[in-house]
Design a protein around this ligand. Structure first.
Ligand SMILES: [Zn+2]
Length: 144
């Protein structure tokens, strides 16, 4: 077994290996694969998943390290640009989950001044709410 790992290490010597772009491609492969098995069931999409795997293997075993590094840098540039958007989407889903969990006891309302989402105890009728973020008072009507 030790001999096997030595051989793998020798084989990988001077080759690029894994990076963030490959991990991103792997996640893409996973998502496309799941979507295709569950929804599309399309051979062209299946072909795309094979191409993604081929690309990951090619990038891993590539000896053109400079070029692979440049590709990774471009990926990281866009990754950091897209990150705030991804966080926003994640937060939105988290809020929907909390809204659902609290649906019997609380309501989530938006402050008209600072747009903050405020969790208030559920009781029907008109209320005056003081925003904890901007300290402005505003009226709200909780109907359901
Ligand atoms: Zn506010």
């Amino acid at each position: 077994m030790r001999n096997f790992f030595t051989k793998v290490a020798q084989f990988m010597y001077g080759r690029y290996g894994m990076d963030k772009l490959n991990i991103g491609l792997f996640i893409l492969w996973l998502v496309v694969n799941i979507l295709n098995t569950v929804f599309f069931r399309n051979w062209i999409v299946q072909l795309v998943t094979y191409l993604i795997v081929a690309l990951i293997i090619f990038r891993c075993l590539s000896k053109n390290i400079e070029q692979r590094k440049r590709e990774n840098d471009i990926f990281m540039f866009w990754y950091y640009k897209a990150k705030p958007l991804c966080i926003k989407i994640k937060d939105w889903f988290k809020l929907q989950g909390r809204k659902f969990a609290d649906r019997k006891t609380h309501r989530y309302i938006k402050c008209p001044y600072c747009k903050a989402t405020i969790r208030v105890p559920f009781s029907k009728g008109k209320h005056t709410v003081k925003c904890p973020r901007c300290s402005e008072d505003f009226k709200t009507n909780i109907r359901f």
